[in-house]
Design a protein around this ligand. Structure first.
Ligand code: DX5
Ligand code: ZN
Length: 214
């Protein structure tokens, strides 16, 4: 299996010491920083927003992979990109016209990502893949870290790989939710592993290298 990219989710980091945490995961071999943005409407939790992304950009040696779990993301994509998001991922359920939002993200100079809730059919994102640099498969219900991996979502990763290969698309597949050494091994068609509680709950270097070298 090819080496994977690892994007630790700072939702499980020490929020009082984010600079130190990001430097630590970078030194431990992380590839991206995964930033979970929640608005209390699209998901029943509130986390961080534009000013924090802007501050993280100043200190992060790694690309910022920003996962928007917000209603009507078109209202804020320009601000998130200006703040320094490298990848900006929206939920297909969160907006009436996901294609135009993805197009706009690219136009504004960021990499565009699409994602879907566990209950959303994978077919809903297939027509959008040509507009995307990243497709994220959620393997938990979005909203909180530390939940259990939903095995019944793995087929979506395989279906997306088939679509990407068949149509010769340039789109990375990322998986997010309940990822650890065992569950990551089930996602052989993913390119990028997001992991929050698994990475921040132990020695960072050990966790990241286990995910990278399954
Ligand atoms: C959940 C977030 C995830 C979360 C992952 O809504 O999108 O990125 O932080 O946390 P773990 O890895 O603990 O499931
Ligand atoms: Zn996430």
């Amino acid at each position: 299996m090819a080496t994977k990219l690892v994007a630790p989710s700072i939702l499980s980091a020490d929020f009082a010491n984010l600079e130190r945490e990001i430097r630590s995961i970078s030194e431990a071999g992380a590839d991206w920083v995964h930033v979970d943005v929640m608005d209390g409407h699209f998901v029943p939790n509130i986390t961080i927003g534009i000013p924090v992304v802007k501050s993280l950009k100043k200190i992060s040696p790694l690309p910022l992979d920003v996962h928007l779990m917000i209603e009507a993301p078109e209202r804020y994509i320009a601000d998130f990109i200006k703040a320094g998001s490298d990848y900006l991922t929206i939920h297909v359920e969160s907006t009436r016209d996901p294609a135009s939002v993805l197009f706009k993200i690219r136009e504004l100079g960021a990499k565009a990502g699409i994602t879907l809730r566990p209950g959303t059919p994978v077919e809903s994102v297939l027509p959008l893949l040509p507009l995307c640099d990243l497709v994220l498969v959620m393997t938990v219900e979005p909203g909180f870290g530390g939940q259990s991996f939903m095995h019944d979502q793995v087929f979506k990763i395989d279906r997306l790989r088939q679509e990407i290969v068949t149509k010769s698309l340039q789109c990375l597949i990322e998986v997010d939710g309940g990822i650890n050494h065992d569950t990551a091994a089930l996602c052989k068609n993913a390119d990028v592993f997001v992991a929050g509680s698994y990475v921040f709950g132990q020695d960072y270097r050990t966790a990241i290298s286990k995910l990278k070298n399954l």
